[in-house]
Design a protein around this ligand. Structure first.
Ligand code: CMP
Length: 133
């Protein structure tokens, strides 16, 4: 069954001019792009989006990073989209990510890790609503 997930191209990847290369990989891996928008998050929006991480040591720096520049929010569709996209992007820490994954290729640190992917179907729906409704 076809399902959806949220991808975000983060400010580091936008700044480094990796949007085109990342979208090429999205299509290469067989995802359909059904919605896409470029935007800059406000502080309160980034805090809300990452509210599950509130209280963690990396929360404030993460919010500051996510509002530091434009991002691209994308609705991806494929069979098993959540797990498939997480496999394509690789581990949060690029040093731990497998060769060929998007974070291995484009990310520079755990924080500046180029892309986001929803971690469950439930969160994908919440996160897609956040950007597209
Ligand atoms: P993302 O997939 O967007 O989900 C939460 C984000 O928090 C994660 O990618 C990283 O950008 C960031 N993050 C998670 N763990 C750490 C960490 N230990 N140090 C810094 N940033 C982190």
């Amino acid at each position: 069954m076809i399902s959806q997930t949220l991808a975000i191209i983060k400010p580091d990847a936008v700044e480094n001019k990796f949007i085109g290369k990342i979208i090429t990989l999205i299509e290469f891996h067989g995802f359909a792009i059904s919605k896409m928008r470029m935007l800059r998050l406000k502080k309160e929006e980034a805090q809300k989006f990452y509210s599950i991480h509130r209280g963690k040591p990396f929360f404030d720096p993460l919010v500051d990073f996510m509002i530091s520049g434009d991002i691209v929010a994308i609705c991806l569709e494929s069979e098993n989209a959540v797990d498939k996209w997480r496999e394509v992007i690789g581990a949060t820490d690029p040093e731990m990510a497998k060769e060929g994954t998007i974070r291995k290729i484009f990310a520079s640190s755990k924080q500046c890790n180029a892309v986001h992917g929803s971690d469950s179907n439930e969160n994908a729906k919440i996160e897609l609503d956040f950007f597209f409704n």
